[in-house]
Write a protein that binds this ligand. Structure first.
Ligand code: UGA
Ligand code: MN
Length: 254
């Protein structure tokens, strides 16, 4: 099966660094199709050139988050849902371009700033319905994870909003692509309460707790980390302009 890895990405100073780092992981993964969706009106030159040269099989899309729901650079990170319309654009592409009878695969919603071990791709490769595993450095804990008894998921080790139907991070599960064909209206929504993106998509895909297939040695190993890229302070750009009339060269891509 092919892994269809869905990655929203947005223009900010650390974007290219995140994408380069992630692409270098993916270069080690066989049979992966990277669907990268920019949060922008149209595809940018930076991401287009990057993907062309990345060496990773990819599809490049763009879907803009409208102004009213768009996060500002200095907003607290939890203020609004992120990546919603971008992931929906990828779901639409999947439904329009894959053949449910011949393309078997797995969909993984993988943000551009997390850290992925190579093992996690092996763990998700064979997913009947939905596979799950621990995620490190998330939810104010060293890890969050499904609790597994006798090979079945029975609950969750999560502190934050543990009563969500599926209280886990986006990086903690993958689903068979056929679920998107069997549930043709399933999509992400900007209207859901904080932390409910994962639960609402899994519910719409008609996934039940008893369907979950635990991976990573019965959810005992952390193979993916919810790392976040530090916002670089660029305050000396302005000071440089004051001091010598110009800042850094905008033609030099960072
Ligand atoms: C956490 C989860 O890990 C996300 O999967 C979930 O979408 C998010 O919470 C949420 O609840 O909305 P977090 O690390 O806080 O994510 O978010 P980011 O990594 O900053 O953003 C998630 C993805 O959306 C990234 O791939 C990012 O590039 C993209 N994004 C972010 C946009 O496309 N547009 C934005 O304005 C901001
Ligand atoms: Mn993130």
């Amino acid at each position: 099966p092919t892994i269809y890895m869905v990655t929203p990405t947005h223009t900010h100073p650390e974007q290219k660094a995140n994408l380069v780092r992630l692409s270098h992981t993916l270069l080690h993964v066989k049979n992966i199709h990277w669907i990268v969706i920019e949060d922008s009106v149209s595809k940018t030159v930076l991401v287009s050139k990057f993907l062309q040269n990345s060496g990773v099989k990819n599809t490049h899309l763009a879907a803009l988050t409208p102004h009213e729901i768009k996060m500002k650079y200095n907003d607290p990170t939890w203020l609004k849902p992120k990546g919603v319309l971008q992931r929906n654009a990828a779901l639409r592409w999947i439904r329009e371009n894959l053949n449910p009878n011949t393309d078997n695969g797995v969909v993984y919603f993988a943000d551009d700033d997390n850290t992925y071990s190579l093992e996690i791709f092996q763990e998700m490769r064979n997913t009947k319905k939905a596979t799950v595993w621990p995620v490190g450095l998330v939810g104010g804990l060293r890890y969050e994870k499904p609790i597994v008894k006798d090979g079945k998921v029975t609950g969750w080790f999560t502190y934050w909003k543990p009563n969500r139907p599926f209280p886990m991070d986006m990086a903690g599960f993958a689903v068979n692509v056929n679920l998107f064909f069997n549930n043709p209206d399933a999509r992400f929504s900007n209207e859901v309460p904080r932390g409910f993106l994962e639960s609402t998509i899994l519910e719409q895909l008609n996934v039940k707790m008893e369907d979950l297939e635990p991976r990573a040695e019965n959810c005992s190993k952390v193979l993916v980390w919810h790392t976040r890229t530090e916002k670089t302070k660029l305050k000396n750009e302005q000071l440089m302009i004051k001091r010598q009339g110009q800042g850094s060269d905008p033609n030099i891509e960072v």
